[in-house]
Ligand binder design. Structure first.
Ligand SMILES: [Zn+2]
Length: 489
């Protein structure tokens, strides 16, 4: 049928219908314009694959014996299977965060947290699946399952050992935040960069740079949340793959040192990475940040936490965990009014404008923060973000990018870079620093070592730091000489 004719028929029929129902004649002024908007937002939200890159729930799994199948009040937790369903959350990066107090037991604590995530997937095989690649996340969605992934928060967890980094990759860790709030022995953190009592490195040491290179080679995403500005720029210079900020917001809007300046956001555009916006009230709202950083009030809270830790000291000497004293911090945070949802959306908007629509995503920090903006009580409220973005004029395609598409693109690129680097490495048999280190550690004789070095060459410069490290492992001077010579060739 001729479409114009069809339209004419339709108009005629509608006018007849209106004539029969005069009450419909007047355009209903009160007809809620928000209704179709809300439906449209719901449709966009439900059809999106939503990836959140930071939740601290593993501490609840491990320290509170919390199970994702339990539905708990929002005051107790931001994530459980019911909230995941309501929020249409498709994939979560569970944070493997090791409190610096666990000194001497970092990798053990990390492994316990990793195990706790696997346990959740094992207990709910029909609803949760472990995921290790971007394609795994896509597959989980096809199977209508929630994808659980893991990221280490704080490079101190590898205990200055590149082998442990590889082990963490082997057990499924797919990103590592180079530092948490503490500067470690190879990278500076924004958390203590002003503290003169902390030994800083002007960014990263040679070992730190090797960590970034090895992460690229493995296919572990480099995460620059929490790091100092110098560490950030150095990581971007070295990384051959796009990086992420797993949970960081804009410093231009909220003056928090672990938020990102506009210059950093533009550097992220060049790198091809993605900034996943943190929802924490103190990172997204300047009024809240100012109120909650009042030194007197902070001092009071810290004293209360310290007193609690003393009163509840564990008989085995293990540290009192965050989950134990979190109620004190939550109660303390509740004295400051929650910021409006608008503050969070402003950050997404700002990063989308400065870094570009392809470089922004969501990194909630659920179960790790004591205050969230109004309306966002848990993962169940994620649709409100979609609705707010739609109201600001974002298209369906743009919203899908923010909700997860951008992150998936980066994860695919990180995997492709790793494949390329591994192939390149196979093509050239020059020895890496790690291979030399391994041979020295395995007590290969100097003669054998020099033979291998002369035969294959080396692919690294013998910096003073590397020299010291090899010497510490007992390498002979003649082998060091051979390395220096091989590099000059
Ligand atoms: Zn964090």
């Amino acid at each position: 049928m001729n479409p114009q004719l069809l339209l004419a028929c339709f108009l005629l029929l509608s006018s007849l219908a209106l004539a029969q129902h005069p009450q419909h004649k007047k355009p209903a002024k009160a007809a809620p314009v928000t209704r179709p908007k809300a439906d449209a937002a719901q449709a966009i939200h439900q059809s999106a694959l939503i990836v959140d890159t930071h939740a601290d729930t593993p501490q609840r799994f491990l320290d509170e014996n919390f199970d994702l199948g339990q539905t708990t009040p929002v005051a107790e937790g931001h994530i459980d299977l019911e909230k995941i369903k309501q929020g249409n959350l498709g994939a979560e990066f569970f944070s493997i965060w090791v409190e610096p107090e666990f000194k001497g037991h970092y990798s053990k604590r990390a492994m316990d947290l990793i195990d706790s995530v696997y346990q959740q997937a094992a207990r709910h095989p029909d609803k949760i699946t472990m995921a290790f690649t971007a394609d795994d996340i896509l597959r989980a969605r096809e199977q209508h399952k929630f994808a659980a992934l893991m990221g280490i928060e704080g490079g101190h967890a590898i205990e200055n050992d590149i082998r442990l980094l590889r082990d963490f990759y082997r057990v499924g860790v797919r990103y590592m935040t180079l530092t948490w709030s503490n500067t470690n022995e190879w990278a500076d953190s924004s958390g203590d960069i002003q503290d003169p009592n902390v030994k800083h490195h002007n960014g990263m040491t040679d070992f730190g740079k090797d960590v970034v290179r090895e992460m690229n080679r493995l296919g572990m995403i480099v995460d620059i949340s929490h790091v100092s500005d110098a560490t950030f720029y150095q990581a971007l210079l070295i990384s051959q793959a796009p990086v992420i900020a797993s949970h960081s917001s804009s410093r231009e809007l909220t003056n928090q040192p672990r938020n990102m300046t506009d210059d950093m956001l533009r550097a992220m555009t060049n790198n091809g990475g993605v900034v996943m916006v943190n929802f924490y009230s103190a990172f997204i709202d300047e009024n809240y940040r100012r109120a909650s950083s009042d030194p007197e009030k902070v001092k009071h809270r810290d004293a209360e936490v310290e007193a609690f830790k003393k009163a509840h000291a564990h008989p085995d000497g293990s540290p009192v965990t965050y989950d134990e004293y979190a109620p004190i911090e939550k109660k303390w945070a509740a004295q400051f009014p929650r910021p409006p949802l608008k503050s969070l959306v402003d950050h997404i908007d700002h990063i989308a404008k400065v870094a570009g629509i392809d470089h922004v995503g969501l990194g909630s920090d659920f179960d790790g923060v004591t205050s969230l903006p109004e309306g966002i009580d848990s993962a169940a409220d994620l649709p409100k973000i979609t609705q707010a973005l739609l109201q600001r004029g974002y298209t369906r395609e743009q919203i899908h990018k923010i909700l997860g598409g951008n992150f998936l693109r980066v994860m695919h690129e990180v995997e492709a870079t790793a494949k390329r680097l591994q192939a390149e490495h196979k093509a050239s048999d020059a020895l890496t620093f790690e291979e030399i280190e391994l041979m020295v550690g395995n007590r290969v004789t100097a003669e054998q070592l020099i033979g291998r070095i002369n035969e294959h060459g080396v692919n690294f410069d013998l910096t003073p730091e590397r020299r010291t490290r090899l010497k510490g492992q007992g390498i002979e001077d003649s082998a060091l000489e051979a390395i220096a010579k091989a590099r000059r060739k």
